[in-house]
Design a protein. Structure first.
Length: 198
């Protein structure tokens, strides 16, 4: 009769262990996919920011070249009118200074956005690391629970056999003190186990 009880529980435990391993495997795969997705998002965002910065720099360069060609042509035409040329140069220099200030503001804004994106990326990586640590902690607790469960099952089986042996011995010898010794031993073992758990 004990065999009919033991085999299904072993099969259930094996099935439970298999399902737990499969669930853990799926969870790891999902975490890897999520990590890859977040990493790809960060890379795409960095790529877009670099592209924006390059477009800004190119636009500034083309405007500067265009402005320079206009100024050069005007200087050639206005050699006779020196005062007018000087006024125009002042105006051009002021416009150039203003444009450079605007571009500097834009560049600083792009850098600020890049720093914010880097901060967000680092926060995301930190969340992933914390999630990994939490998962490992849960796994360690689960393994400890399984170990304790196995130890308790083993102790329970040993106690069952000891009681059976004591009962057989009592039937043969008619000595009931064996059962008292067994229960006294069991109480002592429980006390020691309780002290160890603390």
């Amino acid at each position: 009769m004990s065999n009919s009880i033991t085999y299904p529980s072993i099969a259930k435990k094996a099935d439970f262990d298999r399902r737990q391993k499969e669930a853990a495997h799926r969870a790891r795969e999902n975490e890897v996919k999520e990590r890859e997705r977040l990493k790809q998002q960060v890379e795409e965002r960095d790529k877009r920011n670099k592209s924006r910065l390059n477009r800004l720099i190119d636009a500034f360069k083309s405007r500067a070249m265009h402005r320079k060609s206009i100024v050069d042509r005007r200087e050639e035409k206005d050699k006779v009118y020196d005062i007018v040329r000087q006024e125009r140069e002042k105006h051009t220099n002021f416009a150039k200074f203003t444009t450079e200030l605007k571009l500097r503001d834009k560049l600083e804004n792009v850098e600020r956005v890049s720093r914010m994106n880097e901060f967000k990326r680092l926060q995301t990586l930190q969340k992933i690391t914390m999630s990994d640590l939490r998962y490992e902690e849960i796994q360690a607790k689960k393994e400890e629970m399984l170990r304790r469960n196995a130890e308790e099952s083993k102790n329970s089986l040993i106690r069952k056999h000891e009681i059976g042996d004591a009962m057989d011995q009592m039937r043969i010898t008619n000595d009931f003190s064996l059962l008292d010794k067994l229960f006294a031993k069991k109480k002592k073992g429980r006390k020691e186990l309780g002290e160890r758990d603390r």
